[in-house]
Design a binder for this molecule. Structure first.
Ligand SMILES: Cc1ncc(COP(=O)(O)O)c(C=O)c1O
Length: 400
């Protein structure tokens, strides 16, 4: 490894079909893979992680002792410094609560700050686990569909005002947004905080994709605005998505309000969530390092190119397929409604004819059975092969 001269090979096929990858084994049958079905579902990348993460984990492995773990100040300093550097956010180490998955933090927050039957606002299309987690806890979902204006998804603040009631306790805000890849503007984030303050609603701001923003767009951390406006906010971040370590189960909640933090921690303890995973600190130190940063910049460049290729291909060759403005994530939200197929016909077209498995829009809200989420963090060669496949099927079926 030569430090600055590291060359990343994102074209390398990692043969995940012969691994224990959830996407490649649990979500898809072996027979389907044999037929050539390619999964573009679960939000992880087909690429190797940064060498700095591997080295950091190996160093911990070499210690050879795997008893219960406590995080050192190094962990907290790394998270704090990262947020200061990237987003000019000032926090204390004590504001950081490490947890396993981000969705576990979401579940803890929902249980701590709402009761059964209380209402939770979720924008749609929205990440499926926001809906599932809220539903499983018997909270009522108030869906707030994004509207499309000038080919871009926008928050419908008027609609939000019209659905809110005294039972509305929480707003799940996602920035950058999964699945649309929208990055909310300063004005949007300000309006969200004002709305939350006006109605005494807690914002759970999921910012897992904050590292993965393109096109020179600036990510605004809700916490930075919320503290000016005086709204209440819990921020969720994780190295999972943007360093491709989601299987390592470490994320954190940032909570600067002492009362909210204490209640969150108390609920976490009541629910008996464990102390940090043995590799949590190694992963953060490996990711938030100079070498980790270089890897991330390189992977972002590769994925940005993938996005451009996909979007331009669709624009030029498959104009009935719509992809709205997207500035972040390695996900693409694709609208097939202009094909005027039934939901069943669309599913058959994609899965059986184009041989791609993508995330069904139905999981992202009430109105999206004609949309699909594509994960394009895949080898370039595979991307071209898939686009060709789609094109050939569409041509044969007279759909372009
Ligand atoms: C916006 C967002 N939040 C949360 C998650 C899930 O994170 P975790 O695996 O840490 O629960 C994802 C995964 O794709 C995501 O995109």
């Amino acid at each position: 490894m030569k430090g600055i001269d590291i060359v990343y090979n994102f074209d390398k096929d990692n043969d995940r079909k012969n691994s224990t990858s959830y996407k490649w084994t649990f979500e898809i049958e072996k027979d389907e893979i044999k037929k050539g079905l390619y999964p573009m579902t679960v939000a992880d990348m087909e690429f190797d992680v940064s060498d700095s993460i591997k080295k950091s984990i190996l160093k911990r492995v070499e210690r050879g002792v795997f008893g219960y773990e406590a995080l050192s100040e190094n962990y907290y300093n790394a998270v704090k410094n990262r947020l200061k550097l990237k987003h000019n956010l000032d926090i204390e180490n004590s504001d950081i609560i490490e947890n396993t998955n981000a969705i576990v933090s979401l579940s803890i927050a929902l249980q701590a700050f709402s009761d059964i039957g209380d209402e939770v606002i979720i924008h749609s299309p929205g990440y499926m686990n926001f809906f599932t987690t809220t539903q499983l806890l018997d909270r009522k979902i108030l869906e707030s569909p994004l509207t499309v204006i000038d080919d871009k998804y926008e928050i419908d603040f008027e609609q939000m005002e019209s659905i809110v009631t005294p039972k509305t306790k929480i707003l799940i805000f996602c920035n950058p947004q999964n699945p649309t890849g929208n990055v909310w503007s300063l004005e949007d984030v300000t309006k969200i905080c004002e709305f939350a303050k006006r109605h005494n609603i807690l914002i759970i701001s999921d910012e897992l994709h904050h590292d993965f923003v393109f096109n020179g767009v600036k990510h605004i951390m809700t916490e930075n605005i919320s503290r000016k406006i005086g709204s209440k906010c819990i921020t969720l971040i994780s190295p999972g998505k943007s360093f491709n370590v989601s299987g390592c189960k470490t994320s954190c909640a940032i909570i600067t309000d002492e009362k909210i933090r204490n209640k969150f921690v108390e609920t976490k303890e009541k629910l008996r969530f464990p102390s940090a995973h043995i590799f949590a600190e190694s992963i953060i130190l490996g990711a938030y390092s100079e070498e980790g940063e270089k890897w991330q910049n390189a992977v972002k460049e590769y994925i940005f190119e993938n996005k451009k290729i996909f979007i331009n291909f669709v624009k030029e060759k498959l104009p009935k397929i719509k992809i709205r403005k997207t500035d972040a994530t390695y996900l693409l939200w694709v609208d097939f409604s202009e094909l005027k197929l039934s939901d069943e016909e669309l599913e058959k077209l994609l899965k059986e004819k184009c041989l791609i498995k993508v995330s069904d829009g139905k999981a992202f809200g009430s109105f999206y059975s004609q949309c699909r989420r594509f994960n394009i963090a895949i080898q370039r060669e595979k991307l071209f092969e898939i686009l060709d496949r789609i094109y050939n099927v569409f041509e044969k079926e007279n759909l372009n």
